[in-house]
Design a protein around this ligand. Structure first.
Ligand SMILES: Cc1ncc(COP(=O)(O)O)c(C=O)c1O
Length: 389
């Protein structure tokens, strides 16, 4: 069988590798606590599930939808206006995506030629690299460092790179690094994008997960942002609808027009009952989001305090779904991850899987209830890793 050369860019994901290893370990009767994948463990609000089942029993709901319904577009516009004070034209500035992943991986194909440079956060969400590989473009890593509050330093990007760059991915609150953008940083991004003619792609999938009142800023709320970019958002994390596969892209009208044209060749829309469920979530979900935040905040506090009590001091995230934990000295992130599985029965994700700057960290997803998180702390304590190192 002849494989396309571009397949060299795709290796088995770290999650598959870990899952094979865990399966093997579980057959040895290990009670493993998996905090590696960021799939929400909680259900969507009941009114969302009701909307889905109500429309699922309508025999007329089973055709191709081809694009987002008018009501879905209006619900997105309503959400952006009420939650982020951003006005969006429902018809021209919004389009559906089959989860924001769909938008992220396909976007470079529409805007980058082979060899073009795409600026990506390092560490960053792996879908950016997937999209870049599919378009045969070239990533340029923007390191996220603790001393710069995990924001990329645009002044460090060499001029010849900036001149060749066509897209810049940004992600705040981020995965795996739960950083938040400041308004000043976003203003700098707008200026940079205008100077070098770069399209900014803001991944806002964690817009509703924030703590202690640290509300994330929508890139589109910054003056001039709509002239240079788009924002992707999702129902997956905000309303626990990850399996529904529904998200959206909004912002610059011309970019949306080009993407919609491209996407009309890729798929035939999202199942109507899922769109109806998303409309219910976007228009009536504000108090659910508040309750959901309270649950994650309490999990975060219980786990961060628990880790501190055994001598592992990690930063308390202000937003997002993850703890980005510096690992004890003397380990690399992969060996440390396997040691946690072998000796504690706790699964996390090694930081290097998100890019070269992820070495020295692991990502921990807050996807279990407090009882299980405390149990994980207990197992980590008993492993002896923290007293031994
Ligand atoms: C930063 C980020 N963006 C996008 C996605 C994709 O989410 P979905 O395709 O479910 O909208 C994820 C999923 O984990 C993510 O972490």
């Amino acid at each position: 069988m002849k494989l396309a050369a571009r397949m060299k860019a795709f290796s088995t994901s770290i999650f598959s590798e870990l899952s094979i290893y865990i399966k093997q370990k579980c057959s040895e009767k290990n009670d493993m606590i998996d905090l590696s994948i960021g799939s929400p463990d909680l259900p969507p609000p009941p009114f969302v599930m009701e909307a889905l089942s109500r429309y699922a029993s309508d025999p007329k709901a089973y055709g191709y939808t081809l694009k987002g319904t008018r009501e879905f577009h209006e619900a997105v516009a309503f959400y952006y206006q009420t939650a982020h004070h951003v006005s969006l034209h429902p018809e021209t500035e919004i389009m559906y995506a089959i989860g924001s992943q769909d938008g992220l991986v396909h976007l470079p194909m529409a805007f980058a030629d082979p060899g073009d440079i795409i600026l990506v956060p390092d560490p960053g969400y792996p879908a950016y690299a997937t999209g870049i590989a599919m378009a045969e473009a070239v990533p340029y890593f923007m390191p996220l460092r603790k001393e710069n509050d995990f924001l990329p330093n645009l002044r460090e990007i060499p001029q010849e790179i900036a001149e060749k760059a066509v897209l810049m991915f940004l992600n705040f609150p981020g995965n795996p690094v739960p950083a938040l953008a400041t308004e000043a940083f976003f203003r700098e991004v707008v200026e940079f994008a205008k100077r070098y003619n770069i399209i900014v792609v803001s991944d806002f999938a964690y817009s509703e997960l924030y703590y202690d009142g640290n509300k994330p800023i929508s890139f589109l709320s910054i003056p001039g942002a709509k002239e240079v970019g788009i924002e992707l958002n999702s129902l997956s994390k905000s309303y626990n609808m990850a399996g529904c596969r529904i998200g959206y892209i909004c912002g610059n009208e011309e970019i949306i027009r080009i993407l919609s044209k491209f996407k009309s060749n890729l798929d035939y829309g999202i199942f109507l009952p899922i769109q109806q469920a998303a409309i219910a979530a976007l228009t009536e979900g504000a108090s659910f989001c508040e309750q959901n935040r309270a649950i994650y905040q309490s999990r975060r506090d219980c786990f961060v305090d628990g880790l501190a009590s055994i001598g592992w001091h990690v930063d308390r995230p202000k937003a997002g779904m993850f703890i980005w934990a510096e690992i004890p000295k003397g380990w690399n992130s992969l060996d440390f991850t396997y040691a946690l599985i072998d000796r504690a029965g706790v699964v996390v994700t090694p930081g290097h899987a998100f890019g070269p700057s992820g070495e020295g960290y692991v990502r921990i997803a807050l996807v279990e209830g407090e009882d299980k998180l405390l149990r994980a702390v207990e197992k980590l304590k008993q492993s002896g890793i923290f007293s031994a190192k």
